[in-house]
Structure formats: structure tokens, C-alpha cells
Ligand binder design. Structure first.
Ligand code: PLP
Length: 346
């Protein structure tokens, strides 16, 4: 179905782009993955994509399985849709991967879908093909779809690889969410998408509901859509290589800077996205009870802004953003270091 406000070539460019990602990584071998233009819905950023997807799948008494630490918009979308959130843990000591048996145990007959964010915000993890396969097998066994938030798709470095979840759509239906906001660094353009990749047709009803919803939802502006085929289908190799090299050096600057601060610990180097999670040993800091205090006092005394982990489900951790010039990151590390030194329990 083609909506009056959706240019045909923007939708087909997204489909072609997604197919090329799946083909490029080579994990769907023997199971050709179909993503046609009719599987793609264009949205106002990934935000509208995730809100539409969750509200279409929602039903009274249902629940979604979300990662913890996570991305707050999923919680909000669940509240709005009137469904329960259940959290599976991303494990810092296991490179922030999840325990598939925990996901399985959390699910029941009312579980609607598993949400997977890869590359991951907030941990910076880029999941291995083995881990993605494990999650797809759980979804197959539970007979539920996977919502794959791949807003950071392609933003990988330091030996990480991006493998689209749709590579495993032969096991379970995958709804892939993406946008121009992060990889092309134009969050203000508000252009995103979701693609329903459903090889055995179990999401027929979901498609029907989606089409009704997308007919009444405002879509992205046609002016932006006109630019999409050029943006997505031109490889722009140099641009992306430069961005990744820059992000990797930013990550390294922050990681090395944090190693010099005793009370802060980052378990593993991020291999994707623009974020890392850092554990705060509050027991060694005077007047700091928890991550919220840490963030507040650090802001007050050093003007360094970090996101308290308790907001995204992990108490006494903070999330740091490293998409900044390296000199600013070094200065932020120096400031965090003097802050911690001043507060350190003798
Ligand atoms: C930024 C972000 C989004 C929202 O993307 P927009 O295209 O800006 O709406 C969704 N999911 C995750 C994990 C994000 O970090």
C-alpha cells in the first residue's frame, strides 16, 4: 500500500538499503530474506516507528520484554499502550549480552514481543551473530516477533560488527526499526522507518492494523523523503569511515581517561553506538549516596552532564555520551577525576 504522503522511491530505497545490509553480513545464507517496499513504513524518526510498532502489537493484559539498562521511550510507549514492561538484564561482565534463559523465563502466553537494541544504547555493545541467533531461537520457541531497534546500525568500530537481526528472520518475524538520525547525524530531519520481515506470514493481522494506523498518523515530510534514495543508496564510504574513525578515537579517549579514576569502572570497551555505561563506587565517595547524587553534584561542581543509570534501570551506574571532540572528552575526564578525588573517602 502506498500512502499519499509517502514517496514510492523513499520506501523502496529503505527496502533496498535493508536488503543490502542483510546480504552484506552473510548470515542469512540458505534463507533468502525478503524485504520488499510493501514491508516498509516511513515514520517521523525512529521514535514514531517504535511507538507505532508497540501500539499495533499491544493488547490488554499483554507484556513486552525490554532490555535493562534500556531506552526510556520504550517504557513510555508501553505505558501509553497500557501494557506491562518486563525486563531482561544486559550483563556487564558478559560484554553486555543477555542470558537467553532469563528472557525465556520472563515470557508467558501474554508476551507480545522481545525488544532488542543493537548496537546498544546505553552499553555500546555490538552483539555477536551467536547472541542474535540465541535470541531469535527464543523468539521462535515462544512464537513471538522481535522488535530490532537498529538506529545505530552500521555504527560499529574497534573490531565490532553490525549484524542485522533480519538475518535471522527465518526463525522468527523481525520488525526492524531505523532512522537517519544517528548514522547520518540529522536527528532534526525526523526521518525513520520500520520494516516487517515475516517469512511465514504470521503477522498478517499486524500488517493490517499497521496500515490503518499509518493512514491516520502523520508521516515524514515529502521534502525530506526526496533526499532519502541518494542518502541511503550512495555508499558514501569516505563519510562513514571518517565518522567511525572519529567515534572510535572519542571512545578510546574517554575509556583511557576513565581508567585513571579509581571509583569509576567501565567493564569493556564499547564497540558501537555513542554511549558507554560506567559503574560508580558510591561507597567510596563522601556525600554521594547513589547515581542521582553523583550526577547532580558532578553537574553542580564541574558542569559535566551524565545520565543517572537509575533512570534507565541500573542503579549506581551512569551513562556517558562520547560523540564529542576528544579535547572536550579529556577535559570532562579531568573534571570527573578531580571531583572524585575531592570526594574520596580517606
Ligand atoms: C535516538 C534513539 C531512538 C530515536 O531515534 P529518532 O530517529 O531520533 O527518533 C530510538 N532508539 C534508540 C535506541 C535511540 O538511541
Amino acid at each position: 500500500m502506498i500512502f499519499y504522503h509517502c514517496l514510492q522511491n523513499a520506501g523502496s530505497a529503505v527496502a533496498e538499503y535493508l536488503r543490502s545490509l542483510v546480504k552484506g553480513c552473510g548470515y542469512s545464507r540458505g534463507h533468502p530474506v525478503q524485504i520488499r517496499e510493501s514491508d516498509v513504513y516511513l515514520t517521523v524518526g525512529a521514535t514514531q516507528a517504535l511507538q507505532s510498532t508497540l501500539s499495533v502489537l499491544a493488547s490488554a493484559g499483554g507484556n513486552f520484554l525490554l532490555p535493562r539498562p534500556g531506552f526510556s521511550l520504550y517504557d513510555s510507549a508501553c505505558v501509553l499502550a497500557g501494557v506491562e514492561c518486563r525486563y531482561y538484564d544486559l550483563l556487564p561482565a558478559c560484554r553486555w549480552e543477555a542470558d537467553p534463559s532469563q528472557i525465556r523465563d520472563l515470557a508467558d502466553s501474554r508476551t507480545l514481543a522481545i525488544v532488542v537494541i543493537n548496537p546498544n544504547n546505553p552499553s555500546g555493545a555490538a552483539f555477536s551473530s551467536h547472541h542474535l541467533l540465541q535470541i531469535a531461537e527464543v523468539a521462535r520457541d515462544l512464537n513471538i516477533p522481535i522488535i530490532a531497534d537498529e538506529v545505530y546500525g552500521g555504527i560499529v568500530f574497534g573490531g565490532g560488527r553490525f549484524i542485522p537481526m533480519a538475518s535471522f528472520a527465518y526463525l522468527a518475524p523481525v520488525i526492524t526499526i531505523g532512522s537517519l538520525s544517528k548514522r547520518w547525524m540529522v536527528p532534526g530531519w525526523r526521518f525513520g522507518w520500520f520494516a516487517i520481515c515475516d517469512s511465514n506470514g504470521s503477522l498478517q493481522e499486524v500488517r493490517k492494523a499497521t496500515e490503518i494506523l499509518m493512514n491516520i498518523n502523520p508521516g515524514p515530510s515529502s521534502v525530506i523523503q526526496a533526499a532519502v534514495p541518494t542518502i541511503l543508496l550512495d555508499a558514501n564510504v569516505e563519510f562513514h569511515e571518517n565518522v567511525l574513525a572519529l567515534l572510535e578515537s572519542c571512545m578510546e579517549t574517554l575509556f583511557v581517561g576513565l581508567e585513571k579514576i579509581d571509583v569509576l569502572e567501565c567493564y569493556s570497551r564499547p564497540q558501537g553506538s555513542m554511549f558507554m555505561m560506567v559503574e560508580v563506587d558510591t561507597s567510596r565517595l563522601l556525600g554521594i549516596e547513589n547515581d542521582m547524587d553523583f550526577a547532580k553534584e558532578l553537574m553542580k561542581e564541574e558542569s559535566v552532564l551524565v545520565l543517572p543509570g537509575s533512570i534507565i534501570g541500573l542503579k549506581n551506574w551512569v551513562r556517558l555520551f562520547f560523540g564529542l571532540p576528544t579535547d572536550l572528552l579529556s577535559e570532562a575526564c579531568d573534571r570527573m577525576r578531580s571531583f572524585c578525588k575531592r570526594r574520596m573517602v580517606k
